[in-house]
Design a protein around this ligand. Sequence first.
Ligand SMILES: *Cc1c(COP(=O)(O)O)cnc(C)c1O
Length: 402
Amino acid sequence: MKPTGPIPSWFTGDGALTIAGRAAEDWAAGHGTPLFVYDAAIIADRVATLRAAMPAAVEIHYAIKANPYPPLLGVLAPLVGGLDVASAGELATALAVKPAAHISFAGPGKRDSELEAAIRVGATINLESEGEANRALAIADGIGIMPKLAVRVNPSFELKGSGMKMGGRPSPFGVDADRVPALVQRLIAAGADWRGFHIFAGSQALDTAAIIETQRATVQLARELADRAGAEPPLVNLGGGLGVPYFSGDTPVDVAAVGAALGEVLQPGWAYAIELGRWLVAECGVYLTRVVDRKESGGETFLVVDGGLHHQLAATGNFGTVVRRNYPVRLARGGEASETVSIVGPLCTPLDRLADRIAFPRANVGDVIAVFLAGAYGPTASPARFLGHPDAVEVLAGVTHG
Ligand SMILES: *Cc1c(COP(=O)(O)O)cnc(C)c1O
């Protein structure tokens, strides 16, 4: 038997699972399965918690790739200071809910058409290389618009203990730190509206002390680069990296401690941002899937469900994890664990496993199973077209429940 991750605190009651005040089984009956339900009140709660923890000089930005579902963005966008996008498609999505002045565009390999789209609307481009800087300046020159350009820095350090390391090594992301001051000087000399630095050192870190140390190093690096460039950055984007507890033994980041430590090192008078994806939205989402078959094989019990890796790849351990571990799951109607089961999806691959040998109440065909932490990197980060099953339905639950 293997453990499952911790169920987020909003959903830990006994008995039947409710989401935004409505029984999970009702959500499933009303919208069909597989179904993602996102609770807007949890998102608002997350933003409020972070806002209270962070110094006033630090804006909160949302990296929309974590969950670009338009109704969810519609709720989240007004609560945060900025949106970070990573393609022209995401830029268009973001522009529907936020003025371009509060949108930044990061990511390697921006095509000329994407750079032009960002320059035309006045979004900030986080430059990933000198080559991209040259193309952006040329495009801006050609259309006669002053471009808003920030420089993404590939720092010489990494975020320790993060699931995805983004610094301290050769990288497609950002300009190596020692070459940044010269690039900044060139942008300013070329007449660009230089918007500052973007320094992103890693993702999915749960180690509070490591996050504090990395943020300290990031603030220090921004100061050094500004000194060497001889220019004050209008904004220093410190990246993100705050993780959420997905697995057994994981504990939440102490954001109050992170904010307090950050407050001690910020350069007075400078503006900062942190940009988060999963920390803001992962916990608001529940993926509901229905048992289609119950079978025994080799002495083990399999619950075969209608959802799987084509919607929620991350829960099957195939998105950014090295060792497969179980996400938190439960039977929607509740009950005492009485047997060991594996929960598998309908795809013809052994990778399609939502839970591996977990203790579970007796579940039958037709029962609804909830997979938690489904608010980030779900439908848009999963191979939806693989094997031709229908897309998942997504629904945003109302903002009114306490
Ligand atoms: C993906 C990404 C994020 C968000 O990462 P999370 O782990 O979801 O918080 C933030 N900034 C950049 C530049 C990213 O690429």
